[in-house]
Design a protein around this ligand. Sequence first.
Ligand code: FES
Length: 485
Amino acid sequence: MESIWTKTCSIPHRKPLQNDLETEVAVIGAGMAGILIAYLLQKAGKNVIVLDADRIASGQTKNTTAKITSQHDLIYANLIETFGTEKARQYAMANETAIEMYRNLIKNENIDCDFEETSAYIYAKDKNKLQAEVDAAVSLGLPASLTEQIPLPFENVYAVRFNNQAQFHPLKFIKHLSDNLEIYEKTPVLSVEEHLLKTPKATVTAEHIVFATHYPFINFPGLYFMRLHQDRSYVLALENAVPSDGMYLGNGEIIYSFRKYKNYLLFGGEGHRTGENKNGGRYDNLRNKAKELFPNAKEIAHWSAQDCIPADGIPYIGQYASAKPYWYVATGFQKWGMTSSMVSAMIIRDMICGKKNPYADVFDPQRFSMDAVEGIACEMKEATKTYIKRFFKLPEETASELPAGHGGIIEINGEKTGVYKDENGEIHTVDIRCPHLGCQLDWNPDEKSWDCPCHGSRFDFRGNLINNPAQINITIKKNEKSPRP
Ligand code: FES
């Protein structure tokens, strides 16, 4: 599965780290956030290196729909109610500033990345809810209005429109930005102790360490596993579908995402919590809807994305934990990774350079609110349920019932085992215990992967790690005796 971005842009390879290094700042993760943080810090005169377990932009950056917007669903009325006007304004202005930073950076550096100014829309049938969001957004200084003029094939919908937003090609942008950065690929960070990072062949000693790894992989301190889960969603790139100007996301009964890229329409939806896709059919559902809405459309690419969802709806950007003042984190961007990455870069640059950032408070990872407490309780309940399931819930399938090309949990030698029967009938067996914190993995039939409902780690059917916070593969189980028929 290649996204439209990887099909249309490739980024030169970098070598793995071979020798010990000392630096002012080490950034872990070469996605959009990591690269922007490194770029702004280097511009501020800091000596920076970036380490990535895989390749530049090989994580979620290559799977984004690359909407650059401060319109993050219908949030502003709720932000004002929960956090107060001042914090809500910080959030709004941080994201508007991020858009401006992209605009200026792309113009000043003459970056050829298909950058387009456009409007963003949240569409829904509930006009009153949309009007409340417009009122809240306008009160914070955002360019919001209510409109009935939206070029989407749905009836009786209205939309909150934000003017002066943008979209681009994220890999073309990151390719340019990473050109002059010191980046080591295929260099997983195995451990971090105070200022020392260990990688397979060398160590890095850094005054400051930034975790820009999508989901933070150090559990203690920080406790991010109690405050984040992950969701998945799916995208089709369609030819011969009417490309609409603007970027769209539904709220309420119709939840589809639209944006155009050149002659293609990027059509997304079918979101769910990672690890909760037992019945599959997500791509088929999306294809059926695309056929209904755009009968002449032809699919030219499909892919999926994984988003980190914070307990109280606001990303965690700033100090990793109060016990580690020289560690920083940028995570929990939900579906809004482009502006959140730039906000992270601004805030973390200022923190490392000893400057006060006007937007930092609302994103402070050490914040406390009743929403956060409720969110944490919810995450803990979900994780506990999935953890316990591993011990008590008996497997429902047997090996003989598994059709070729399918997977499931069955009992082998008295133990629950993950089994995938490939198209040739060959059986692949894995331990279904997630190596992160031990929850039970579930089969994802759409992507032939083992996914963890607790915090969203994912593994292919051979047990290889696809998505963190787990850092290692799952154990392959030897098929010593025949599976129970
Ligand atoms: Fe945390 Fe699986 S991702 S237990």
